[in-house]
Design a protein around this ligand. Structure first.
Ligand code: UDP
Ligand code: MG
Length: 339
């Protein structure tokens, strides 16, 4: 819904940061400039940094950033929960106005935010940036990302736009919808598609990191991809059925051949190599199928435990007067758990 023209719109820029102490000081001035520009345009912009359990002094850097700009709010999680949960924690706090998600490393240029806002004003609920190029990323990462987006698009029943990350603006009603989804294995790109509403893509060129290095190595991306597939598709489970049907029909033909041969030419003991091949093949197919079932079962188990999604260690609202941050977060009226 487009907000009423009379009241000032509110936008919170949510930034998950894990060990970004070197990148954040370079990003903040760019954000401040964009917020000034938005303010002139009638949008009251704020930033909410979520420190995802960093161990490199990110929290101290964030505190000094907040000291210098009253529009900055901070949230610190009790440990590293991963980007998807950190974003959830941040978005949970946005109870008024729209939210804009941005990476802390400057890969998503903040200068484009006014374009996202313009689409929001046109009535879009999910304005997402689609990468037309990715600077500073390895050939292998680009290639695997390319394949991954095509696979997930085929498997998932809800749209997962290709080459689209978390750089996006969500309208208040999209945020409300997202807040109702409390699953633990959160494949955010899929969840954004799941909620639906009016969606539009903004093509952009992804920059190289300002500083530091990517936290998503090959192994982490692989696990992320498995999370994506298992959260949005049960096709791998069905695949086991089809492989079973296929091997069963092959086994039937093979059995006919073996029986026919035995009847025509007698039954000398032979065929050890074939037997070994068949046993090994079927054994491995069964193990793979068990593994696939295990992936789903494991996720079911984790969901059933109903643990909170994250815990908050400390927080600081925007416009708060600088003060020494207490060590124990429990004595503050903080939003401490996200169930
Ligand atoms: N991030 C996070 N928690 C993590 C890993 C990453 O909050 O456990 C943040 C990180 O600080 C950055 C964003 O997620 O703002 C994207 O991470 P990164 O740049 O490492 O990923 P890439 O851009 O290489 O995919
Ligand atoms: Mg990055």
């Amino acid at each position: 819904m487009s907000p009423a023209a009379t009241e000032r719109e509110r936008l919170t820029i949510v930034i998950a940061a894990f060990d970004e102490a070197r990148a954040l000081p370079a990003l903040q001035p760019r954000l401040a400039a964009v917020m000034d520009q938005l303010s002139a345009d009638g949008v009251e912009a704020h930033v909410l940094y979520v420190d995802d359990g960093s161990g490199d002094g990110t929290w101290e850097v964030l505190r000094s950033i907040a000291d210098g700009d009253a529009r900055v709010a901070l949230l610190r999680l009790s440990r590293n929960f991963g980007k998807e949960i950190a974003l959830t924690a941040g978005l949970d706090q946005v109870t008024e106005g729209a939210a804009m998600i941005l990476d802390a490393d400057g890969q998503d240029p903040p200068e484009l935010i006014p374009r996202f806002v313009a689409h929001w004003r046109d009535g879009y609920d999910d304005v997402h940036g689609t990468r037309i190029s990715r600077a500073g990323e390895s050939w292998a990462k680009k290639a695997t990302a390319h394949v991954f987006y095509r696979v997930i698009q085929r498997l998932a029943k809800t749209p997962v736009p290709a080459d689209t990350g978390d750089y996006r603006l969500l309208s208040p009603r999209a945020l409300d919808a997202l807040r109702q989804i409390r699953e633990r294995h959160r494949f955010m790109k899929g969840l954004f598609g799941w909620i639906g509403f009016n969606r539009i893509a903004i093509p952009y060129e992804r920059h190289a990191r300002i500083a530091g290095r990517s936290k998503f190595g090959f192994w982490r991306l692989w696990n992320f991809a498995i999370d994506g597939v298992t959260s949005f598709s049960t096709a791998p489970l069905r695949l086991a059925t089809y492989v079973g049907l296929m091997t069963a029909s092959m086994a039937f033909v093979f059995a006919l051949w073996v029986i026919g041969k035995a009847m025509l030419y007698g039954d000398p003991v032979a065929g050890w190599p074939t037997m070994m091949a068949v046993i090994l093949f079927l054994g491995s197919v069964q193990l793979v199928a068990l593994g696939v079932i295990g992936e789903y079962l494991g996720r079911l188990y984790e969901e059933s435990k109903q643990r909170p999604l994250y815990l908050v260690r400390d927080w600081r609202a925007s416009g708060e007067v600088p003060h020494p941050v207490p060590q124990a977060a429990s004595d503050r009226l903080a939003p401490s758990v996200g169930s």
